[in-house]
Design a protein around this ligand. Sequence first.
Ligand code: NAD
Length: 322
Amino acid sequence: MSTQLPDLNALKLSVIGAGSVGSSLAYAALIRGSAREIALFDINAKKVDAEVADLSHGTQFTPTSYVTGGADIEVVKDSSIVIITAGARQKPGQTRLELAGVNANIMKSLMPQLLEQAPNAIYVLVTNPCDVLTVVAQKVSGLPANQVFSTGTMLDTSRLRWAIAQKAGVGLANVHATIMGEHGDSEFPTWSNAEIGHVPILDWKDAAGQRVFSEDVLDELAYDAVHAAYSIIEGKGATNYAIGLTGARLTEAILRYQDVILPLSSVLDDYYGVSGVALSAPSIVSNKGIERVLEVPLNNTELVKLKASAAALKHTLSTLGF
Ligand code: NAD
């Protein structure tokens, strides 16, 4: 554990992009009191000013004291943490690769501007494809890999744990399960180390003594976690609340020196032989960002999936020239 105490004057969270995700993230952080100050930046001045006003009007009822923001990059000045949600969404008919190209160009122009304002901040990518953009942001900024990373599968893991808790009929806090790899189609739950209470998930039985998590059930849970975003987007156009809470929780882990283990995506260096791509693995996170990526035990099937996820990401990166 870190012995250093947080500097209470330096607890500033900046959220880049005041769209569905950015404004929900700011709202979640405001209600939870995740930071002392929350600053919102967007190139759309009318939208960001309206969001800042609306959020500010609720601060009588929140622990966080103030919200600032606007379309001037200086609002980000001296942030402790900068969470990037800015960018384009996938348009009908647009491939993920095309989206990656558009958002990579946004990161290339944004990162130098942000660094000028907040050179010591921890940078967190939420904009998709977040793993690919983490590599782009790290290369463009030259920041060390522990200082620029992505929420990765933190959201997907939360979705998975919720579904497992529902199925097992136990509280969410008793479920330990993680999704690793790409935040996207090649991600995978590491069932070999998943537990409910201290019972391996594969051995979990219902009150009648029947095994609950058969291969079919596990496949269905994995499928649902991967495809949750697609069905939510179909229903309401965007996913925003759960990712907002994810960002707020991560902010607290960083600003409060918590040394917690979360599945985050950072540029890896010989992680099970994977280097130069960012994908999610359980990582210790604190005020210095990612302190350590943990080499959790994986079985052969999971190792194959990890390598496949890395290969898919490497392919996208190479088509973008990285
Ligand atoms: P949105 O269209 O509602 O908002 C995007 C905002 O970014 C807009 O307000 C736009 O003006 C702003 N923007 C664009 N370029 C900018 C720039 N250069 N500087 C500052 N602001 C800029 O989109 P959304 O629904 O909020 O989604 C944002 C991103 O988050 C998308 O890429 C989406 O795929 C991603 N997302 C990621 C996760 C995750 O788990 N990683 C979850 C949900 C959404």
